[in-house]
Design a protein around this ligand. Structure first.
Ligand code: ACO
Length: 353
């Protein structure tokens, strides 16, 4: 049987690291609160002007090199992001043009934190059906556009010798703190090739429950409005995501465990057969709960949330690349990928590396 095999991966992580203490300069928060509640110690932010497609292009170049694939070989692009450069068109075509991939089809998908797994399904289905042989799957995000800080507050964040926020600005920044402290910017990519040797995407389970979309969503800047964005929405902060953190936490722990069990059971795979389980990095406590429920030992569940925070669609390929480059994923290893995010969507993918 032909399957999509991950042939190479790459990442693009901005060089600017932002600690929890730096965030506390512009809002009421603390290193202790953020670490204890989420496991995030630091995250990376792009410089203003750097976009999601910029990170995607850099990550894709690395992935192509790692896979030994030239631009002329790629016959399918899938770009997953919830923070595209423009409302439309999507970032996939921009990446295709900048990498010189030719007029190959480019899908832009938006399943947020599960975007990479949805992308894997799309690529695998194309490869199994013989409609593609070599695909580039990219997950990238620039979340800093969601951050509500004024230009002066950004300067103070990076340099506390600059003037600090007014009490009103501090209160405004604090209003969004349960969300903003969790996220970072990053891009990551994989090249998938058709393979017939038993390696590749073995099975996937993907789910969505749209009835809960408003537990994590952007209330403004959408086409229910006329015009779709205006100054009033910006003043009310409706361009910034709304998140019911406790509900999302509860659903993530329930659904991730459920879907992991679903895929393992129907493939007759036990926890002991897995080399690694790569979980979406939204909150370390969510993953520790899932690890315990699934009976996984510490050495099978790598984390990088402390360094990067939640990087949405980039998270799983970023973790894959990190583990692959560290020699923690070897050819033939069974790896389970598990994610949950806005939509609400969740899924698990069983891969033979
Ligand atoms: N710093 C300090 N205090 C804070 C902060 C902060 N950054 N954020 C919230 N608090 C305060 C709250 O105001 C509240 O104060 P109160 O008790 O005086 O009212 C207190 O801390 C507790 O707040 P909770 O929201 O109950 O804290 P909780 O333990 O639930 O942690 C968190 C919040 C980290 C957001 C958690 O709920 C979580 O991680 N949820 C899941 C997030 C997630 O998975 N998101 C998916 C994103 S993926 C995607 O698709 C984009």
């Amino acid at each position: 049987m032909t399957r999509a095999v991950i042939a190479g991966s790459g990442t693009a992580v901005p060089s600017r690291a932002v600690s929890n203490d730096m965030l506390a300069r512009i809002m009421d928060t603390s290193d202790e609160w953020i670490r204890e509640r989420s496991g995030v110690e630091s995250r990376r932010y792009v410089e203003a002007g750097t976009s999601t497609s910029d990170l995607g292009v850099e990550a894709a170049r690395q992935a192509l090199e790692a896979a030994g694939v030239g631009p002329g070989d790629v016959d399918l692009v899938v770009f997953a992001t919830m923070t595209p450069d423009h409302f439309f068109p999507g970032a996939g075509g921009m990446l295709q043009a900048r990498l010189g991939l030719g007029d190959v089809p480019c899908f832009d998908i938006r399943q947020q934190c599960v975007g990479f797994l949805y992308g894997l399904q799309l690529v695998d289905a194309h490869i199994r059906a013989g409609m593609a042989r070599t695909a580039l799957l990219v997950g990238a995000e620039v979340h800093t556009g969601f951050m509500p800080y004024s230009a002066a507050n950004w300067e103070h964040l990076y340099d506390d010798a600059r003037p600090g926020p007014t009490p009103e600005e501090r209160a405004w920044n604090t209003r969004f703190r349960h969300l903003t402290v969790l996220f970072g910017d990053a891009g990551a990519a994989v090249v998938l090739k058709a393979g017939e040797d038993g390696r590749g995407i073995l099975d996937q389970a993907l789910h969505t429950n749209g009835s809960e979309f408003d537990k994590l969503y952007v209330p403004g800047a959408g086409f229910r409005r006329r015009p779709y964005v205006d100054a009033g929405q910006l003043e009310r902060g409706e361009h910034i995501p709304v998140m019911d953190g406790r509900h999302v936490f509860k659903m993530a722990t329930t659904r991730m465990v459920e879907v992991a069990r679903e895929v393992l059971a129907r493939n007759g795979v036990g926890v002991g057969d897995l080399a690694l389980v790569l979980m979406h990095q939204a909150n370390r406590r969510i993953n520790e709960y899932c690890q315990k429920a699934l009976g996984l030992p510490d050495d099978k569940v790598p984390h990088n949330i402390h360094k990067y925070g939640n990087t949405t669609a980039a998270t799983i390929p970023l973790l894959w690349d990190e583990c692959a480059r560290a020699g923690r994923i070897r050819p033939g290893d069974l790896v389970l990928l598990v994610a949950f995010g806005a939509g609400m969507s969740w899924g698990a993918t069983l891969v033979r590396a």
